[in-house]
Structure formats: C-alpha cells, structure tokens
Ligand binder design. Structure first.
Ligand SMILES: NC(=O)c1ccc[n+]([C@@H]2O[C@H](COP(=O)([O-])OP(=O)(O)OC[C@H]3O[C@@H](n4cnc5c(N)ncnc54)[C@H](O)[C@@H]3O)[C@@H](O)[C@H]2O)c1
Length: 332
C-alpha cells in the first residue's frame, strides 16, 4: 500500500489502511460507478471534483452530494482539455459511455472519450503529480477464447464490429496510460472492471440487470437474448468501488481485473430476478446482438493476492438491494 502524498493513513470501511486522498477528481462522476466512487471518497474525508458532460449520466446521481462540504460538480466534456482549481492527488478516469445501447448511440463520442478524454485526464494527473486510475473493461478481452480471463490474456476483439468503438477505445486508453507512465513518469494504473450492477443504473440502459429488474417489476416478460446460455459474472457496486479504491491505494500499474468470479447464465439470472422480485413475469427469447461474448468470467487471483481484495456481496443480496432501489423509484 502506498502513502497518500504527505497525508496520514486512515481506516475506513471500504479500504483499511488506504491513503487519505486530499482531492480526488472523478471523471464520469455523475454516472453509475462514478457517483458511488464520489460518495465513497467523500466518506473517507477527501475533497471530490466530479467532472461530467451528462451524455449518459445525470446530475441526479450526485444530487445527494450537492451542498456537501468538499464536493464540486463540473460540467465538462473531457475530450476537451480541462483543469480543476485546487491541487489534485488522485484522478479516477471513469468518463465513457459504457452500456452497449449508449456506445452504439454515441460511437464517435465513445472513441473520442477513450482516446482524447484519456489523454486529457492523463495530462491533468501529470500536471498535478496525481495518481491516475483508468477504468478499463472486460470488453478488452472481447469474445474470449480463454476462460476465465486473466490479465495475461490478450483478448479476441473484432476491431471493426459494432462494439469496437468501446472495446478499442478502452484498449487504446490502456496503451496510452501505460505509455504515459513509461514516457513521463506519471503514476498510473489500469483496472479492468467486469460487469457491475447496483442502484443508480438506468432501467433503459440496455444492460441485463436493470432491464430484467424493470421488466420483472412491471410484470412484463424478461427479454433474454439468444438461448440465454451465455454467461456473465456480476459484481455488486460496493465490492467494485472497494476494489477500485484498493487499486488506487496500491503501487500497482495493472491491468488488474476487478469482478466477481461467480458466473451465471443470462437465463438463470432472469429466473433469479423474477424470484427475488416476487414477480409473475415470464421469459421471452429475443435475437442476440452481434459479437455478444459467449462467456465472461474474471480470474481475480491478482486482485486477491496483491490488493487483498475479494467480492463480499452475494448475487442474492446484491440483486435484492438493487431490486428494492428500483422498486422505491417506481413507487415514488
Ligand atoms: N458498469 C459496468 O459494469 C462497467 C464495466 C466495465 C467498465 N466500466 C467502466 O466504468 C466507467 C463508468 O461506467 P458506468 O457503468 O458508470 O457508465 P455510465 O454511463 O453510468 O457513466 C459514465 C459517465 O461518464 C460520463 N461521460 C461520458 N463521456 C464523457 C465525456 N466525454 N466527458 C465527460 N463525461 C463523460 C457520462 O455522462 C456518465 O456520467 C466507464 O468508463 C466504463 O467503461 C463499467
């Protein structure tokens, strides 16, 4: 574990003996993952600047933080150079459309955010002498031919398929982040997040968990793509945030996989959500998207060993919490 620059070590729920960051910049901070990172960092005593252009996130995601001492929300598109007013010691670069529905709708913006946006976020970290963490993705492995996926696997990505705008932007972002450390000595890290779910996902963002929950709560059929035999490994947001902050607090460069190694088929996930929601919905099979990966499961040996991190929230528990959050919003 590294010391925060000139700061005392603190103990917190999310990262025992993590450095206490003075000022963290979270790009994409008004999105699903970013908003939870902002909350966690503020809870640890950091000042937080959330930078977002709201292309897929919303100010509502951080409405509970507005007015809190130490929280600033900046509307900026990170594809343009940007800066923050006070010295920063941590930059978490999470800006990017992330759901297939979003990046297929915003292909050029996704490519530019992964390339120009990463360049600008790295430049910010360099100017401030800050630790930098890139949110990369299991999509870097594409439709994997190695299972589970360890960080040593180079992936199987279609460079010109519809998903390439996201996959290749992230792969370029990884290369840029590693090169920045080598060329300019910036203290950088790459985390590869596998599917994460939890409160503040959008019911219509096209990802399986929010789609199934929305449909189950409305009593509509759950639309499972293909025959539903394709697998994903789902991590609850609290576990993911803990893993990201452990990576930030470490000396590692990465890439390091952060995800839950419990694999589930999409059909089993649909039935589980129907059961947990107490719904009478049925399942309907629909066409499978192009280049949809058949399997997805992280090898998390590295995170377990080097970060002493492992997921702690079971699928039943995490899904139940997420269903309750969606139910409360439907009722509101
Ligand atoms: N949620 C997951 O399962 C998952 C898995 C792997 C990787 N990730 C990565 O984590 C990050 C966050 O994902 P998420 O699920 O929270 O998605 P999200 O869409 O909820 O959040 C992304 C945020 O980035 C903002 N953004 C996008 N382009 C921007 C730009 N050019 N300038 C400023 N802000 C911009 C959006 O408005 C949004 O608030 C992404 O980088 C994504 O690739 C997420």
């Amino acid at each position: 574990m590294r010391e925060g620059k000139g700061m005392a070590m603190v103990t917190s729920d999310s990262a025992a003996s993590a450095p206490s960051w003075a000022h963290a910049v979270v790009t994409g901070g008004a999105g699903f993952v970013g908003s939870h990172l902002c909350s966690s960092l503020l809870a640890q005593g950091a000042t937080v600047t959330c930078v977002d252009d709201f292309c897929t996130g919303t100010p509502e995601n951080v409405a509970h933080l507005r007015g809190r001492t130490g929280f600033t929300l900046l509307r900026r598109d990170v594809t343009e150079p940007f800066d923050v007013e006070r010295p920063a010691d941590l930059v978490l670069h999470f800006a990017s459309p992330a759901s297939p529905a979003d990046y297929l709708r915003l292909p050029l913006h996704t490519l530019e955010t992964g390339s120009l946006g990463t360049r600008n976020a790295l430049a910010l970290a360099r100017r401030h002498g800050a630790r930098f963490v890139l949110a990369s993705t299991s999509e870097a492995y594409g439709d994997p031919q190695q299972h589970p996926q360890s960080e040593r696997y180079w992936g199987n990505v279609n460079p010109v398929g519809p998903r390439s705008v996201y996959d290749e932007a992230k792969r370029f972002g990884e290369a840029l982040t590693i090169a920045e450390a080598g060329s300019n000595g910036t203290d950088t890290a790459v985390v590869r997040l596998f599917n994460t779910y939890g409160p503040r996902m959008r019911g219509h963002d096209g990802r399986a968990v929010p789609t199934f929950i929305r449909q189950a709560l409305a009593g509509e059929p759950l639309t499972v793509t293909g025959d539903g035999a394709q697998t994903r490994s789902l991590a609850y947001i609290d576990d993911t945030v803990r893993g990201i902050l452990a990576m930030a607090a470490s000396d590692l460069r990465g890439p390091v996989n952060i995800g839950n190694a419990d694999e589930i088929t999409m059909l089993d996930l649909a039935h589980k959500i129907i059961r947990l929601a107490g719904s009478r919905s049925t399942v309907e099979f629909i066409g499978r998207p192009t280049d949809d990966p058949a399997v997805r499961c992280p090898d998390i040996t590295l995170a377990r060993g080097k970060l002493q991190w492992a997921p702690a929230v079971s699928a039943d528990e995490g899904l139940a919490r997420t269903i309750e959050w969606f139910r409360a919003r439907v009722a509101a």
